[in-house]
Design a protein around this ligand. Structure first.
Ligand code: SF4
Length: 284
C-alpha cells in the first residue's frame, strides 16, 4: 500500500478529536496520487459521511460541472477537506478540530506535491491567506513556495446564492488561464513517469525512484517568448510542445523559468524525447 493509502487508513481509524464520535465514515480524500491540482474543501457533509468519499452531494455535482468547464474530471485532481470527519449538523469546524486534523492535510500535500491547491471556502483558504476575507481575495492566486493557491468560494455557497455561483464559475477559469494545456501536460507527465520507472537508470537505483518534478519552460524562437513553443521537462526527459502559450511569466502555475530563445533545447538535444505539435496554421 502506498504512503497515501496508509495515511487514508490512519484517517479512517482516527479518534483524535470529538468529530470522530458523530461520524459514520471518515473521508480522507480521493484522486491520483501524483495529481497536479488539489481541491481542499471544508469538511464532509451528510452524503460524504455516509459514503466515505468527498464531494458526492449536490455541491459535488456542481464541482464536477466546474471541472468540466475547464476540461477536467474528478479523476484528474485530488479532492479532500480540512477536516476529515463530518461536523454535527454541518456546523463550522472549530479551531481545535482544525488544528488537530491539519497534520493529515499537510501530509497529503507533502506526498502528492501538487502544483496548485484550489481552496474551497473560507476555512481552507487559511492554508495560504490570513487576515483577509474570502470576498476580498477569491479568484486571486498566490504562490507560496512551489505551490500556487487559488481561493474560491465553496461550491455549496452557490447552491444558496446565485452571486456566489457566478463568482465561482469565473474564478475556476483561472486554472485554465494559468495552465492552458494542463490536461495534455498531465498525461505527458504520467507517461514520462512510467517510462522513467521502466528505464535501466531506475534499476541502478535498486528500484527506488524518487518522484520527479515536472517543469514547464516557455521558449522563444519566433520572436514572441513562449507564444509558440515550450519545453516540458521531467527528470532526464524533454518534450518540446508547440502549445500556443500566451504571455507567460515566472509566477504562472508550473512555470519556473522563461527562456527567450531555443538554447535550452540545443544544449539538451540528447535528452529530447519528442516534439508535440498541438496546433497548426491552416492556409486556404
Ligand atoms: S476530524 Fe480529523 S482529527 Fe478529528 S477524528 Fe476526524 S480525522 Fe481525526
Amino acid at each position: 500500500m502506498s504512503q497515501l493509502g496508509q495515511l487514508a487508513e490512519q484517517i479512517r481509524g482516527c479518534t483524535l478529536c470529538r468529530l470522530s464520535k458523530g461520524r459514520t465514515l471518515a473521508v480522507p480524500g480521493e484522486g491520483p496520487e501524483n495529481a497536479r491540482i488539489m481541491f481542499v474543501g471544508e469538511g464532509p457533509g451528510f452524503h460524504e459521511d455516509q459514503q466515505g468519499r468527498p464531494f458526492v452531494g449536490a455541491a459535488g455535482q456542481f464541482l464536477q460541472q466546474l471541472l468540466a468547464s475547464i476540461n477536467l474530471t474528478r479523476q484528474d485532481v485530488y479532492i479532500t477537506n480540512v477536516v476529515k470527519c463530518r461536523p454535527p449538523n454541518n456546523r463550522d469546524p472549530q479551531p481545535d478540530e482544525l488544528s488537530t486534523c491539519r497534520p493529515y492535510l499537510d501530509q497529503q500535500i507533502a506526498l502528492i506535491q501538487p502544483q496548485m491547491i484550489v481552496t474551497l471556502g473560507r476555512f481552507s483558504m487559511q492554508l495560504a491567506f490570513t487576515g483577509v476575507s474570502i470576498s476580498q481575495v477569491h479568484g486571486i492566486p498566490k504562490k507560496v513556495g512551489d505551490i500556487v493557491y487559488l481561493p474560491i468560494f465553496h461550491p455549496a455557497a452557490a447552491l444558496h446564492q446565485v452571486r456566489f455561483k457566478a463568482a465561482i464559475e469565473q474564478d475556476i477559469l483561472k486554472i485554465r488561464g494559468f495552465w492552458p494545456s494542463y490536461r495534455v501536460l498531465s498525461q505527458l507527465s504520467h507517461r514520462m513517469t512510467k517510462s522513467a520507472h521502466n528505464s535501466s537508470a531506475c534499476s541502478n537505483l535498486g528500484g527506488r525512484v524518487s518522484k520527479g518534478k515536472l517543469r514547464i519552460i516557455p521558449l522563444g524562437g519566433l520572436g514572441e517568448i513562449g507564444r509558440n513553443m515550450m519545453v516540458v521537462e521531467y527528470d532526464d526527459s524533454l518534450i518540446v510542445v508547440d502549445a500556443g502559450l500566451m504571455f507567460p511569466n515566472n509566477d504562472m502555475l508550473g512555470i519556473d523559468i522563461v527562456i527567450p530563445d531555443l538554447t535550452y533545447i540545443l544544449q539538451r538535444a540528447e535528452r529530447l524525447q519528442a516534439v508535440l505539435i498541438t496546433h497548426v496554421m491552416r492556409t486556404m
